[in-house]
Structure formats: C-alpha cells, structure tokens
Ligand binder design. Structure first.
Ligand code: GAP
Length: 440
C-alpha cells in the first residue's frame, strides 16, 4: 500500500472512531482481531443500507420472499452443503514466530512445500508445510459433550434459505422464477483478518437465492448483474472504482459454476466487494429438495443464481467513495459526501448560542421537534461554536445544518447550510420540511 493510500485508510479509521461510527471489538482489553463494534452513526449507516437493499430487492418486487433463519443449524446442513470439507483456506505457519498466513496471500499455491515459499514476512523465519484450515467456528449445542452436539456459526446466510426452501414453497406457493432474501450475520475464522472492515471474522451479509429453471440461468445471471450494479450506484458507491471480474475455474467456491466478483479499488488494492454466483442445483440437490411445477406438471430441482453483498464491505466502499477534503477558511476540511438516502443524519439543528433560552426554546420546539418527527434521522447539536459544529457534521456526512439565530426570533427564518458547498440559505421555518424533502 502506498503512503497516500495508507494515509487515507488511517484517516477513515480514525474518523470512524472519533465520530462514533466504528470501534475495534473488545477495545478496552486490547482488541479482538477481526471484530468491530458499531457506534450510533455506524448503526444508522448500516440500517440505511439494509433498508434500501430490502426495499429494492424485496418490498418493490412480487417474486421475493424474506427470511430470517437461525444462525445455529444442524451439522448435517454444513456436511451436505460441502462446507465441512471445502470451506477451508490454505494456510502456513512460521516455525519461528508462529504467525499464520494464507498461502495465496504469499503468492504460492497450496501444493508448494516449505522450501518453495518465501520466508516469513513477519520475522524472516522458516515457514512450515501448507495445511487446509476450515474457517467455520465450531461450537456445541446443549450440555452434551457428544459429537452430535457439534454445530457451527454459519459462514454464509445462504444455507438458511436453502433449508427453508420447502417451507417457503409450501407457505407461499411461488412460481418459478422466485427468490429468497436474507440479511444476517455470518462468521468466518479468517486466518489473517485485516484491512479494517475488509476481512473480518464476524460480519453481515445480504443475500438472495434466486430459483430458476436450469435453461434460464444465463438470462437471470445477466439480469442480476444489472440489478447489483444499479443498487451500488443508488447508494453512492463510486462506480469508477468498481470492476467486474470473471472468477476462474480453480478459484471459484465449491458450489459455483460461474462467479463474477464486483471488485472495488480499496486503498490496499482492487479486491472483492460483492459477488454473483451460479450455484446450479448443487445446494437443493444435496439437501434433497425439489419443486413441483403445478402448471407444467413436472418435478424439478431449480437452479440458483446468487447475488451476495457484504455489509461491512459496502460501508467501507461507501466511506471511501464519500471521503473528501477541501480548503475552508484556510484549513483543510474533511467531509463525507454521503447521498442523503444513506447519510446517518439528514440534518442537524443548532441554536446559535446554547446559553440563550429564547434561541434554545425556539430551536427545540419549532424546528427540532417537527423535523425529528418527520425524518427521524435529525440530531441536536449545540456543542462548541458554530464552526466546530459544522466541522463535526461534515465529518458525520450530514447534508444540512440548520441554525436558529436572533433573526429567527423576529422573521421566522433559519440558516440552512449545505455540506458540500458550504453555502448558506435563509429558509422560512414553515417551509423547512418541504425544502429538505425536495433535496432528498
Ligand atoms: N453465499 C455466498 C458467499 O458467502 P462469499 O463471496 O464467500 O459468498 C459473500 O461472501 C460476501 O460476503 C463477499 O462478497 C463479501 O462482501 C462478504 N465477505 C466475505 N467474507 C468476508 C469477511 N471475512 N469479512 C467481511 N466481509 C466478507
């Protein structure tokens, strides 16, 4: 990673902590690698992403069925889905410092022996033999020590949809093609969690399993590619940094016959943001599930096209797309140029001076309360001087700052400041709701 990119990463990580978006997991005990805790604005950002996704892919469609399945499932699910054997990364351990690495990250295929791989990037020591490391977190359900009690934290939300395929068909009688959609946590015991939100051990996915007739898969693969790109654009990901990469035969997941990764130019390189896979009938067949087409009178195993989105990576790409700097009043200002539809806060309301009860009262009753009731994502900010408040809201990515000053008390107008231009307009209080509605 170059100095400039490194610098950008540092700026974003530090902004996220300072402004209450994202914190390291278990921080007061030194942190737990690959885990992050989400602060107030981070949760708001994630919720907006999830809502826009659900609206586009579930609520606005007639062929999509939502589900929220249990994270813990019987071990047979993972046996039959092939994950017990295949959900593994090649790994080497340094014989000296015991640091572990994914062999692919060292640029060497699984089969290479110790002597072929370079020395340990950490200490220069000798690397041991490559092994396969299963990334599923194992746990036990109940008090029994028996192996039948073994379960796993799901490494993908997808299986929760496949195992509910029959329930969904029986409850809703959908006709092909139709899809199931789920948003939820997934866990992977990554060998080397790194690069902030990019590779973590606990994360959230938004996934769709779209069931089609075998002969239609290519058509729907193309269709979902377009839908995924539209959604990325809609939430404000910088599309100049998104690249479509065809994944080769030896790199695809065990269940996929075709995969496209949408890669994003992260500061540490161009890496997978989201994915689109043709899972064939692999999963339904292995779970011994099928579908009766009542109109055509045949029994088939539908094939699956799967668009998958990691929420952490979406947030990361959005932060990188939105992060901007310019010069204001002789100082460098940092701001997040979020689209209003995903901004954690739509507007901040400020009385010019917090020790003037008449300003505070007006701001609270006539501006803050009605805007809060209308938009929800509205905050009160009376901390520090106005300049400091603007800087803070810029860093949170708040599109509008509304200030109540002494003129307000006589003419019922307020100042509305635009985050990106810094321009200010006087707007009548009675027109504020409509003004903001139009802008967003
Ligand atoms: N059901 C298919 C599936 O899970 P995947 O490519 O392994 O496919 C899907 O994961 C998405 O989940 C990725 O495109 C990425 O956005 C996200 N993801 C995967 N592993 C991740 C990790 N360790 N940390 C953060 N996000 C991850």
């Amino acid at each position: 990673m170059g100095k400039k990119e490194n610098n950008l990463m540092e700026k974003i990580v530090s902004l996220c902590k300072r402004r209450g978006f994202i914190f390291s997991g278990s921080e007061i005990y030194g942190g737990l690698a690959g885990t992050y805790d989400w602060g107030h604005f981070g949760v708001a950002l994630k919720n907006n992403i999830k809502q826009l996704w659900w609206k586009k892919f579930v609520d606005n469609r007639r062929d999509m069925y939502g589900i929220d399945s249990a994270i813990l499932m019987r071990q047979e699910v993972w046996q039959n889905a092939g994950h017990l054997v295949n959900f593994a990364d090649p790994m080497v351990e340094c014989e000296k410092c015991k640091e572990k690495f994914r062999t692919d990250q060292l640029g060497h295929p699984m089969s290479k022996r110790t002597s072929d791989v370079p020395e340990c990037p950490n200490c220069g020591g000798k690397l041991g033999e490559a092994k396969r490391f299963n990334m599923m977190f194992q746990t036990k359900v109940g008090a029994s020590e028996d192996s039948s009690a073994i379960s796993y934290l799901r490494p993908e939300t997808a299986q929760g949809m496949f195992v509910n395929f029959k329930n969904t068909v029986d409850a809703f009688h959908p006709k092909l093609p139709f899809g199931m959609a789920q948003i939820g946590k997934a866990f992977r015991n990554e060998i080397t969690p790194r690069d902030f939100l990019f590779r973590v051990r606990e994360f959230e996915q938004m996934e769709i399993e779209y069931f089609v007739r075998k002969e239609d898969w290519e058509k729907y693969f193309e269709y979902w590619k377009g839908e995924m790109l539209d959604w990325m654009e809609e939430i404000g990901i910088n599309m100049n940094k998104v690249h479509e990469i065809e994944i080769g035969d030896d790199e695809r997941a065990h269940y996929s016959k075709r995969t496209i990764d949408f890669e994003f130019e992260f500061p540490f390189g161009q890496k997978e943001l989201f994915g689109l896979a043709y899972r064939t009938d692999f999963d339904l067949k292995n779970h011994k599930l099928d579908y009766i087409d009542e109109e055509k009178g045949d029994k088939i195993i539908p094939h699956v096209v799967e668009p998958t989105f990691g929420i952490g990576r979406a947030v990361f790409a959005l932060l990188l797309s939105a992060y901007s700097e310019d010069q204001k009043g002789g100082e460098t200002r940092a701001y997040l140029k979020f689209k209003p539809n995903i901004a954690p806060v739509i507007c901040a309301v400020s009385p010019l001076l917090k020790n003037k009860p008449e300003l505070v009262e007006y701001a609270n009753v006539k501006v803050f309360a009605p805007l809060k009731a209308e938009f929800g994502r509205v905050i009160w900010d009376d901390n520090g001087n106005i300049g400091k408040r603007y800087r803070r809201q810029d860093e949170i990515g708040t599109p509008f700052c509304i200030v109540i000053d002494f003129d307000t008390l006589t003419d019922n107008t307020v100042t509305v400041r635009d985050r990106d231009t810094g321009n200010q307009e006087r707007i009548k209080v009675e027109n504020l709701k409509n003004y903001i509605k139009e802008k967003i």
